[in-house]
Design a protein around this ligand. Sequence first.
Ligand code: GLY
Length: 337
Amino acid sequence: MKTRRNFIKLTALGSAAIFTSSCLTSEKKNVTVSKLQKDIKKPIVISTWNHGLEANEASWKILSKGGTALDAVEAGVKITESDPNNTSVGLGGLPDRDGKVTLDACIMDHENNCGAVACLQDIENPISVARKVMEETQHVMLVGEGAKQFALEKGFKETNLLTEKSKEAWEKWKEESKYQPVINSENHDTIGMLALDESGNLSGACTTSGMAYKLHGRVGDSPIIGAGLFVDNEAGAACATGVGEAVIRIAGSSIVVELMRNGMSPNDACKEAVNRIIRKHKDLANMQVGFIALNKFGEADAPELRALMAAGFVLFLVTLLVNFIANIIINRTARKG
Ligand code: GLY
């Protein structure tokens, strides 16, 4: 059985360390952390789940050559979106209960520019459409048919996203499910990616096909700025994975970033957000939520609901053992030194 321990992978690439000695402090009085420039770990990229390992490699190619965090996160998550074997993101994603693959994605940069698409069909790389919304419109989010029309106008190709494998799984689900969507800890594995580049700028991307067999039109946390993703260059960036409804209810990623601004470590900030979800939900039996966070200094962490439950919620011990295989992964790629 897989465990959290062997899920966690740390990849250290390259060897150049950064040696400057100026002190980075925020103008905001309530930021209590300051660091010597040489102690800032940059560039660095982190992502969720095991599919993030390959995505990190693509990002690292850009970051290690001095590229921007924005380019890196887009290039990284596109790898997962285009992987037909991944059934929770982009091409090959499990469809909604009507057999339609609908995609949600958002992207955000160090200047609070952001773009998103929700319930987008037939376009393989929603993250790139989200970037176009950010860079080439005055809006933040486009949804459904409007998002597709915009993508086609921008030259994206129409693609059938329902692979044979996903279609078979959906047909099997239909036989057993009585057409009832189920929220549980197994059927949603968003890829979230956060990067800090050589210039000290943060960006993030988040993309998913959402909860398998959802109601047609359902949108989760992943395309919602402040829920699935939030970036504030003064403080840090955060991204969520898991049951989107729970993340939206607490504005998850923006809370994590705000807590980091107030001086919390990424680890403590993520834990507090997860604890907030625990406090606000009576039924946690089929719930899984995790956050990854990266602060301005290149420090990163990723606590998630099941792990916190192990620490204090004996009631859920049995569920914990059953669900431990679904634990969150955090992949880090950073320079050594
Ligand atoms: N976090 C992905 C979703 O709920 O759609």
